[in-house]
Design a protein around this ligand. Sequence first.
Ligand SMILES: NC(=O)c1ccc[n+]([C@@H]2O[C@H](COP(=O)([O-])OP(=O)(O)OC[C@H]3O[C@@H](n4cnc5c(N)ncnc54)[C@H](OP(=O)(O)O)[C@@H]3O)[C@@H](O)[C@H]2O)c1
Length: 365
Amino acid sequence: MGTFLTSRLWTNLSSHLNVSRIRAAAYSSAVRSRKWVLVQHFDGFPKHTDFELREEPLPGLKDGEYLCEAEWISVDPYQRAYTPNYQVPMTMIGLQCARVLESRCPDYPEGSYVVGGLGWRTHAVRNPSRDEGGLLPFATAPMPEMGALSRSHAVGACGMPGNTAYFGLLELCRPTAGETVVVSGAAGAVGTLVGQIAKKKGCTVVGFAGSDSKCDWLRTLGFDHAINYKTAKPSRALREAAPGGVDCYFDNVGGWLSDAVMCQMNLFGRVALCGCIAGYNDPPGRRTLVPMLQMPILSQQLRLEGFIVSRWSDRWQEGVDQMRAWVEDGSIRAEETITEGFENLPDAFMGMLAGQNTGKAVVKV
Ligand SMILES: NC(=O)c1ccc[n+]([C@@H]2O[C@H](COP(=O)([O-])OP(=O)(O)OC[C@H]3O[C@@H](n4cnc5c(N)ncnc54)[C@H](OP(=O)(O)O)[C@@H]3O)[C@@H](O)[C@H]2O)c1
C-alpha cells in the first residue's frame, strides 16, 4: 500500500512538475562528448598528428531533441577523400549506430537506435527536423530492423556499403548469367558484397585484392578467381582468369589496375565507377589517373558510369531489406574487421586505408 501511494504520488507530482523533462535536461547537459577532431588537412597518407581527441559539454535537451550514444562507428575511404572539402579543425565525418539515451522527441524514444552521419563522437544531441546530415548525404534516422544481426551491419552490409554494392552492380553493370564480372577492392566492405551478389546472378567472378590471404578468403566466399594485384601482373593474370574477356567491371580503386581491366573489356561492356582509392592520398590536382581509357571505351563501345550511392535514396529501404535477407539466410557473408575502443578510431581508419581490413572496417565504441 505504501509503495502504491508513493508511486501514485510521484506520478501525479511528476506530471504537474514535468519532472521527466527536468531530468532529461539535467542529464544531457551533464554529458561530455568525446570527439576526434581533424586539426590539419591530410597530406599524403594520414598520420596520428592529423587528429586530436577532444571533449565538449553537450547542451540540455530542448523539445524535439534526443541525446544518443555511439555504439558502432564506421571508418570508410570517403572520409579521406571528402575532408579537403571542409575547413579544419573539424569533427571527423562518419556514419555511426547510436542508442538514444534521453529523448524529448516522440519518434526517437529512449532505448531506440539510430543510424546516420553523426561523426567520430561518443555522444550527440540531435533534432530530426533540422538534421540534414551535414555535408554527408545521410541524415540520422531510426535504425532499420536488424533482427538477430549485429547492429554494426547497419553501417555495413545492411547500410551504405551494402546499398553501394547492390545498386551499383545491379543498376549500372546489370550483369546477366554467364557473364564475367571483375571487382577491384574485392576483399573490402563493398567489394566482397559485389562479388557475392554477382555469383547469385550466375556470373563468373574475378576479384583483385592486396594479399594472398585475402585472395584465399575470397575463394571461400565463392569468387571463381582472386588475384593479388601487388604480386601478380594484373593484365596477364586477368587474361588467364577470364580468357573470354570481361563484361562488367565494378571499379573500387582506379589507377593502373583499372587500366589493365578496361583493356580486356568485351564489346558493350559496362563499368560502374564506384571509387578510386588508389588516388585518395595523392596531392590535389595530381590524382592517379586511368591512363588509357579512351581506346577501350571507343573500340569496345563501353558504358562507364560514375555514381554516388545516395542516388538511390528513394529506394534505400529496398536495398537494406534485400541485403539483410541475404545476410540472414546465409547466402551472403558479411565479414567485419572490428577495432575495439573509441580511442582507436584513427588506427582503424589508417589500417583500413592500408588494407588491414577484410570486409567492413568498423569500430566498437
Ligand atoms: N560511390 C559511392 O557511393 C561509394 C560508396 C562507398 C564506397 N565507395 C568507394 O568504394 C571503394 C571501396 O570502399 P569500401 O568502403 O568497401 O572500402 P574497403 O574496400 O573496405 O577498404 C579499402 C580497401 O582499399 C584497398 N586499397 C587501399 N589502397 C589501395 C590502392 N592504392 N590500390 C588498390 N586498392 C587499395 C585496401 O585493400 P587491399 O588490401 O585489397 O589493397 C583496403 O582494404 C572506395 O574507393 C570508396 O571510396 C564509393
